[in-house]
Design a binder for this molecule. Structure first.
Ligand code: DC
Length: 220
């Protein structure tokens, strides 16, 4: 069974997807991490970030693997490196390239073949797994998302204000909306889950309920 979890940055997708997968004993696929790995490799190999064809070839050649909650390229653990500012900034143009998205889509479909997966990203329900058994679009108000991101950044030692975080987020949201490819929108048949005022445990609980509801008819 495949559960897709899409939504804007700051909606709590990653922690929710991770916790849900752990709870169900399923595999968790972090597709943002896959785009980040490609951006890291492009920077290291000096592949221009606007050369879509070379980026797509690079994507095809990468041995991306997830093990024990860590991200690897071959045997190298890149979990920390892919979260740096530099890689985050490079990921956007990389993820905007249509040929790259095609390669990633095939790779994601192959990785999820025949197993139970919680997959998380922007386009998982709408593009990559249109026939997923359960599609969730996780969202929260801009203020709530900015508050969470601000808390997270402060806990990492960053000196930033809530207003700065909110302004940057608004800009990213706008970028997401107007992207020619990979634009974020909920699949028509996605369940919208608004997380304002819910604890992460409550969100996971709600999703577990949804999974149970979807499974029941298949098992009777
Ligand atoms: O979720 P994240 O911050 O790790 O995502 C990193 C980047 O990759 C971000 O710019 C959005 C993009 N992305 C995408 O275009 N499609 C996905 N399925 C997942 C992430």
């Amino acid at each position: 069974m495949i559960i897709t979890l899409d939504g804007p940055a700051g909606a709590g997708k990653s922690s929710t997807a991770r916790a849900l997968a752990a709870r169900l004993g399923w595999w968790y696929m972090d597709t943002g991490a896959m785009y980040r790995v490609l951006a890291l490799s492009a920077l290291e190999d000096a592949v221009p970030l606007d050369d879509a064809a070379r980026l797509a070839r690079l994507a095809e050649s990468l041995a991306i693997a997830f093990r024990d909650g860590r991200v690897f390229v071959g045997d190298r653990d890149v979990s920390a490196e892919i979260r740096t500012e530099r890689v985050t900034a490079a990921t956007r143009p990389v993820a905007d390239a249509p040929p790259v998205r095609e390669v990633m889509k095939r790779l994601q479909q192959r990785l999820a073949e025949g197993i139970d997966v919680v997959t998380e990203g922007r386009d998982q329900g709408s593009v990559v797994f249109p026939r997923a058994e359960l599609k969730v679009f996780l969202t929260a108000s801009p203020e709530e998302r900015a508050r969470r991101r601000h808390r997270e950044e402060v806990s990492r030692g960053a000196a930033t204000s809530l207003n700065t975080v909110l302004a940057a987020q608004n800009q990213r949201d706008e970028g997401d909306r107007v992207r020619p490819v990979g634009a974020m929108h909920a699949a028509d048949d996605a369940v919208l889950v608004e997380t304002d005022g819910l604890t992460s445990d409550e969100v996971v609980e709600r999703l577990v309920q949804l999974v149970e509801e979807r499974r029941r008819p298949r098992e009777t």
